[in-house]
Design a protein around this ligand. Structure first.
Ligand SMILES: NC(=O)c1ccc[n+]([C@@H]2O[C@H](COP(=O)([O-])OP(=O)(O)OC[C@H]3O[C@@H](n4cnc5c(N)ncnc54)[C@H](O)[C@@H]3O)[C@@H](O)[C@H]2O)c1
Length: 399
C-alpha cells in the first residue's frame, strides 16, 4: 500500500520505517528542512535501537522523504498524521499543527483517502479534522478520518511498533477500517514474523499482534486513558514509597509483594523521581482538560500530577538532608534523558533537578550514554559532561 506519514519525529519516523519494513511504499513528509536534509543524507536523527538498520535498508527505496504534502497525499491511500500536539498554557492539547496539516491534506484529495490520526489527540479531534477538510469543498465520500493511536515507548520504539501489545483501529467506516487492517496485516496474520530479516522477538511479545477495532472516539479515548493509567501507577507507587520511608519499610519489598498479584502486575511500579517525557505530562493535562470540557471533573488526575511534581521536591530535600548545603559542592549526575534507552530530554525530571541544583550554586558533572548532545544544546556549558559514569562520580560529594 502507498502510505504518507506527516511528521517525521519519534513516532512518524519509526512508524514510516516500520511500515516500509512491512512492505509498504512510504513517503515521510516534514516541514523541518534541516531534518529532511539529514534524513536524506543517511543520518539517523534519534537514538532508537534497530532504527539505523531499518532506515538504511529502506531509505531511497520503499522509504522516501519529502516536504510536499499535497503531492504525498495524491500518491497515497492512507495519510497518517504524526505531528506534535504540545500543551497550551492552560494544559489543553495544542492542535494547531494538526489543523494546518488537515487543511493541506484537503488540497491533495483526488480519490478515496483515509486520514489517520497517529498523534495523541483529544476525543472529537477526528470530527474537527473532517470538518476542516469538508470546508475545503472536498467530496464527503472521498475520505474518512480514522484513529490509530500509537503506544510505542521511546527506547524500544521499533520493537514496540513491530511487536505491539495491541493495534487499535478506531473507525466509523468499514471501508477505512479495512484499509487499516490491510496495512497491519503482516503483523496480525503473523507473516512478518516468519521473514528472515524481521527484528528479534522481544521476550513478552504476543504474536500475531492482536487487533482491536473500535469507534473513532473510543480509540481517541483509549490512548489518553492508557497514558493516564500508567502515570497513575507511577504516582501511586511513589506515594507508597513516601509512606515506606516514613515508617521504615522497604518499598522494593512492598513492590514485589504488590506486583506478584496478577491483577496488578509488576510493571510501572518503579518508585523514583517521577514520570516525564514528551507524552505523560501533556497527555494527563489534556485528558483532564477534555474531561472537564465535557462536564466531568477528573480530579484523580490532578492528584497524579501533584504527586509527580512533589517527587522532585522530595528528591531535592534528600540531597539537602545528605549534604546540608549544596553551594560549591560537586555533584555527579547519572542520566539526563527522561528515561533510559533514549536521547529525549523533553520534560526530563532529571534535568529539572539538575537546574534546581545549579540554581543553588552546586557544580554538576553529568553522564548519559545517549542524551549529552541534546543536553548540551539546552544547557551549554552550565554543567560538565563526562565520558563515563565513573568519571562523573569521581571526586563528587554526592552522585
Ligand atoms: N514520542 C513518543 O513516545 C510518542 C508515543 C506515542 C504517541 N506520541 C504522540 O505522537 C505525536 C508526535 O510525537 P513525536 O514525539 O513524534 O513528536 P516530534 O516533535 O518528535 O515530531 C513531530 C514532527 O512533526 C513535524 N511537523 C510539525 N508540523 C508539521 C507540518 N505542518 N507539516 C509537516 N511536518 C510537521 C515536526 O517537524 C516534527 O518532525 C504527538 O501527538 C505525541 O503525543 C508520541
Amino acid at each position: 500500500m502507498r502510505i504518507a506519514i506527516v511528521g517525521s519525529g519519534y513516532v512518524g519516523l519509526v512508524a514510516g520505517t516500520c511500515f516500509a519494513d512491512l512492505g509498504h511504499e512510504v513517503v515521510l513528509v516534514d516541514n523541518d528542512q534541516p531534518k529532511l536534509a539529514a534524513l536524506g543524507n543517511g543520518e539517523v536523527p534519534i537514538h532508537e535501537k534497530f532504527l539505523p538498520e531499518l532506515l538504511s535498508r529502506h531509505r531511497g527505496r520503499r522509504l522516501q522523504f519529502s516536504d510536499d504534502l499535497t503531492e504525498a497525499v495524491r500518491q497515497s491511500s492512507a495519510i497518517f498524521v504524526a505531528v506534535g500536539t504540545p500543551p497550551t498554557e492552560s494544559g489543553e492539547a495544542d492542535l494547531s499543527y494538526v489543523e494546518s496539516v488537515a487543511r493541506e491534506i484537503a488540497g491533495g484529495i483526488d480519490g478515496y483517502k483515509v486520514i489517520v490520526e497517529k498523534s495523541t489527540v483529544p476525543v472529537y479531534t477526528s470530527d474537527w479534522i473532517r470538518r476542516i477538510i469538508l470546508r475545503n469543498g472536498t467530496d464527503p465520500e472521498s475520505f474518512d478520518v480514522a484513529s490509530n493511536p500509537e503506544f510505542l515507548r521511546e527506547g524500544t520504539a521499533v520493537a514496540d511498533f513491530l511487536f505491539p501489545d495491541r493495534i487499535v483501529i478506531g473507525s466509523d467506516s468499514t471501508r477505512a477500517a479495512e484499509v487499516l487492517r490491510e496495512i497491519y496485516r503482516p503483523l496480525t496474520d503473523g507473516t512478518y514474523y516468519q521473514r528472515t530479516h524481521a527484528i528479534p522477538r522481544p521476550d513478552r511479545a504476543v504474536i500475531p499482534a492482536p487487533i482491536i477495532v473500535t469507534s473513532t472516539k473510543s480509540a481517541e479515548l483509549i490512548k489518553h486513558a492508557s497514558n493516564a493509567f500508567l502515570a497513575m501507577k507511577i504516582s501511586f507507587i511513589n506515594a507508597v514509597a513516601s509512606v515506606c520511608e516514613s515508617v521504615g519499610a522497604d518499598v522494593s519489598q512492598v513492590v514485589n509483594g504488590i506486583g506478584a498479584d496478577t491483577r496488578i502486575g509488576r510493571r510501572f511500579l518503579n518508585p523514583g523521581i517521577g514520570y516525564g517525557g514528551s507524552c505523560f505530562p501533556k497527555d494527563i493535562m489534556a485528558f483532564r482538560s477534555v474531561a472537564r470540557e465535557y462536564g466531568y471533573d477528573f480530579n484523580l488526575l490532578a492528584e497524579v500530577m501533584r504527586i509527580n511534581e512533589d517527587q522532585r521536591q522530595r528528591f531535592l530535600r534528600k540531597v539537602h538532608t545528605a549534604l546540608w548545603t549544596v553551594r560549591g559542592k560537586r555533584l555527579g549526575v547519572l542520566g539526563l534523558a527522561f528515561k533510559g534507552g533514549t536521547d529525549d530530554i523533553r520534560e526530563s525530571p532529571a534535568l529539572a533537578i539538575v537546574q534546581a541544583l545549579l540554581q543553588e550554586g552546586s557544580k554538576i558533572t553529568a553522564y548519559d550514554p545517549a542524551a549529552m548532545e541534546r543536553t548540551r544544546d539546552m544547557l551549554n556549558d552550565a554543567i560538565t559532561y563526562s565520558n563515563s559514569s565513573y568519571d562523573a562520580a569521581h571526586g563528587a560529594d554526592a552522585c
